[in-house]
Design a protein around this ligand. Structure first.
Ligand code: HEC
Ligand code: HEC
Ligand code: HEC
Ligand code: HEC
Ligand code: HEC
Ligand code: HEC
Ligand code: HEC
Length: 273
């Protein structure tokens, strides 16, 4: 949904925007009513079709069928679910509401949450992951480790990447990158730094600067999957020896698994001079 900053004004003035806004209100019918104090939480509008139809409504505007939280899953014990299921499956509105209430960022059901992992542990058990270190990917002989009979790569990727040919734009994930990491990691120690960067899209100018710096400093600063900054933009989660392409291997097993050390990371994007 990101708009080109420079074109934003023209876009707002255009009839396409007006049309989109009307559709937006139709799909998020509480966007206006949220201003009224008398209107609190409301259940699903009956105008929403059920099941897969409903999913496709959200997907018309948000291409979140992959690289977000997986949907269309039938959970093992549906009766125990804290959130609604649609045709027995987890769908967008299992976790989201369409109420645009103030302060309820990300429209999370049952929110707002102080810690964004609180919602995860309504369905996932934190201790499920406690004994896994997915950063150890190779065994003593340098072979790719397996976990529960599957390649460790599939702990994060939805298909096993081939390091000989696959680059940052080629790989697929089981969930959006942050979801992969939040299974085990809380937010970083500095909330301000995190807020100013997470899911932000570098401006066109910064993007150009970044491309030049990547070349010059021989490093990959990946903005996958949606051209936005996420955990793996700054951190390299792979063990040394897994990634073969030099610039993308940078940071493996280094301090804080940062792709560049000692402030160099910051100047890949920022021209602080
Ligand atoms: C299992 C729960 C879950 C499901 C299912 C889910 N989401 Fe989300 N979604 C979240 C959480 C948690 C966040 C907040 C992430 C964060 O803190 O940045 C989020 C954030 C978002 C955002 C805002 C952040 C961004 O990445 O742009 C959008 C848009 C979104 N979801 C759309 C969808 C759509 C569309 C679907 C269905 C295809 C969906 N979600 C399914 C849990 C879920
Ligand atoms: C007509 C287009 C459209 C449809 C359909 C649509 N959305 Fe959105 N949605 C938007 C726009 C526009 C935004 C605000 C810009 C952005 O953050 O991408 C938004 C924002 C969001 C956000 C982030 C809110 C925040 O706190 O930043 C979530 C979550 C979300 N939508 C979920 C859904 C879900 C779930 C559905 C299906 C019921 C859905 N959307 C259907 C256009 C749409
Ligand atoms: C409504 C329940 C629900 C919520 C809320 C939820 N999940 Fe999930 N999640 C599931 C189910 C069910 C699966 C399917 C795999 C399984 O059976 O564990 C899944 C799968 C995943 C996967 C795919 C890889 C894997 O381990 O199976 C990730 C990553 C994930 N969840 C992370 C999160 C994170 C992080 C949050 C919170 C931001 C979250 N989930 C919130 C129910 C949920
Ligand atoms: C803890 C999660 C995680 C695990 C486990 C994991 N990856 Fe990745 N991988 C990522 C993320 C996130 C990216 C995106 C960032 C990037 O492009 O480097 C990625 C990107 C890649 C890329 C593209 C590198 C580039 O930028 O050129 C390759 C190749 C790859 N992974 C191979 C593997 C292989 C092989 C395994 C198993 C030995 C593996 N990964 C295990 C999270 C993981
Ligand atoms: C299944 C649990 C698990 C998942 C998922 C996971 N990690 Fe980790 N991570 C660990 C453990 C355990 C350690 C500590 C041991 C180590 O550094 O090898 C660690 C260490 C780290 C460190 C270094 C912190 C320090 O104190 O030195 C960073 C940074 C990191 N992980 C980032 C990530 C990112 C980014 C992702 C998602 C792509 C991710 N992790 C996914 C378990 C996990
Ligand atoms: C814009 C770059 C950037 C992004 C995005 C980012 N980090 Fe970090 N992260 C850092 C830096 C820099 C440090 C080192 C902080 C320090 O030295 O105190 C760090 C530290 C960490 C640590 C070590 C312990 C700590 O809290 O200081 C973990 C774990 C971690 N990050 C995980 C994540 C996860 C998970 C995400 C995504 C949800 C993420 N990071 C997103 C730059 C980033
Ligand atoms: C991948 C690119 C990238 C990296 C790496 C990065 N930043 Fe940023 N930073 C951004 C973007 C994008 C913004 C948001 C700018 C905006 O939207 O105006 C931002 C915002 C900031 C801000 C807020 C001030 C402002 O201009 O809005 C500070 C301070 C900052 N970054 C410092 C750092 C530091 C320190 C590091 C290294 C630890 C770092 N950044 C690493 C891209 C990056």
């Amino acid at each position: 949904m990101a708009l080109e900053k420079s074109n934003q004004f023209d876009f707002i003035m255009s009839s396409r925007f007006v049309a989109l806004f009307i559709i937006f209100l139709f799909c998020h019918p509480d966007a206006l009513r949220a201003q009224e104090p008398s209107v609190s939480t409301r259940s699903l509008p009956t105008t929403f079709p059920a099941g897969t139809e409903l999913q496709s409504q959200c997907l018309n505007c948000h291409k979140y069928g992959e690289n977000h939280h997986p949907i269309g899953i039938t959970p093992a014990n549906p009766a125990a679910y804290p959130f609604p299921l649609y045709n027995g499956k987890i769908m967008c509105l299992t976790c989201h509401t369409e109420n645009h209430e103030k302060g309820d960022t990300n429209l999370l059901r049952g929110g707002p949450y102080n810690d964004r992992r609180d919602i995860c542990f309504k369905c996932h058990a934190e201790k499920e992951y406690a004994n896994i270190n997915p950063h150890i990917m190779l065994d003593e002989r340098g072979k790719i480790r397996s976990m529960n009979g599957r390649s460790i790569c599939l702990f994060c990727h939805s298909a096993i990447p081939n390091p000989a040919v696959d680059r940052t734009g080629d790989v697929r994930f089981r969930a959006d990158v942050a979801f992969l990491c939040w299974r085990c990691h809380p937010l970083m120690a500095s909330p301000t730094f995190f807020q100013t960067h997470f899911l932000k899209q570098p401006s066109e100018e910064m993007g150009k600067y970044l491309k030049e710096k990547e070349q010059r400093m021989q490093v990959t600063i990946p903005l996958v999957p949606r051209d936005r900054i996420t955990c793996s933009t700054c951190h390299n989660p792979h063990q040394k020896g897994v990634i073969l392409y030099g610039p993308s291997a940078s940071g493996a097993d280094q301090k804080n698994r940062l792709r560049l050390q000692g402030g160099k990371l910051c100047i890949v994007c920022h021209n602080f001079s």
